[in-house]
Write a protein that binds this ligand. Sequence first.
Ligand code: UT7
Length: 354
Amino acid sequence: MSLDRPSRMCRVLESKRRLDIKDTTIVPSPTAAITAIATCLPSTRVTNAELSQRLDTTDRWIRSRTGIAERRRADGKGPVLAMATSAGAAVLEVAGHRTVDLVLVATSSPDRPSPAVAPQLASRLGLGFVPAFDISAVCSGFLYATNIASSLIRSGAFRSILIVASEAYSRIVDPDDRATSVIFGDGAGAALVVAGGTASGSEVLAEDWGSDGDGCDLLQVGPAGGDVRNYFSMSGREVYLRAIETMSTSVRAVSERCSWHTDEIDVLVPHQANRRIIEAVAKKLSMPADRAVVSLEKTGNTAAASIPLALAHAMTTGMVRAGDRVVMTAFGGGLTWASTALRWGEVGLAEVEL
Ligand code: UT7
């Protein structure tokens, strides 16, 4: 067969391709954008001085080893649902939305193991019979929810998704354990993710997420030290080192997907576990430390709620501006990690106390 004469089969395929191009209407996939953020903090503050009175610790140790000065404690019944409801209602109000297509709740400290918080939240917010489920990815929960929401919106399956992260670690941390009770605090954060362009909202550009179950015992809730109660326990030093390594690797991966060098990131929004971890991640990424948000001083580590609380801090302090390249990154129990890159746009903000 002559090489310059296409075979009959090739000609058939070629004419079919031309036909397909002519007959197919190309519908671009929708983009996903965060249009509003809301936070809810309980009004009760627990200072380092208070903890130093009943534990073998000092304000100096806590500040120098973690950067934390105080944290909030949710009192009363069902604090996770209560904080989720306040943050969820505030984010819908600020975004001017009365309905959404899906509700996702990220929590690792639910008021009860079952049922999930999300359906109760949807009911309380009057959102009707929408699908609603919880995500258990510990400190990476908010970014897991963001990545699920943006993927579902880009697929065309949903147009608006409410995501809420709500945590009450004060109920799962042993109050007598100085290693954990000085670090954790309670709080919630919410975001509305919608289909649309960058004209309004912060467009989600890329995601990186993963897990390593081999490290599942490093952070866990279960009986510890012969105690039959289920308390949170953590291998602090090991988690510290893994958090630095994993978050910096994940930020590099998500930046590459956006064709950004890490030194081009305008604002890094890291999980708020420890100021020293945040500084070490920025250093590893060759970023000036002042481009990394540090909001833990007044809230402590709020697990899944830490990223929306840090985002709100970046907004109120003027650290983040329209057009900025923003990368959020988290690491936590599971082990899990996640990073999300955004081009910052117009985002509404509400901050409420409970
Ligand atoms: O959110 C999920 C991810 N979590 C994290 O990323 C947390 C990661 N880990 C950390 O942030 C740090 O490891 C901690 C803040 C938990 C601990 O800081 P560290 O510098 O790693 O301290 P360490 O665990 O190596 O302990 C150093 C010393 C120990 O005493 P010895 O053995 O040297 O005598 C601890 O017993 O500090 C002691 N210590 C404390 N001393 C005073 C531990 N907690 C306290 C405390 N007050 N609250």
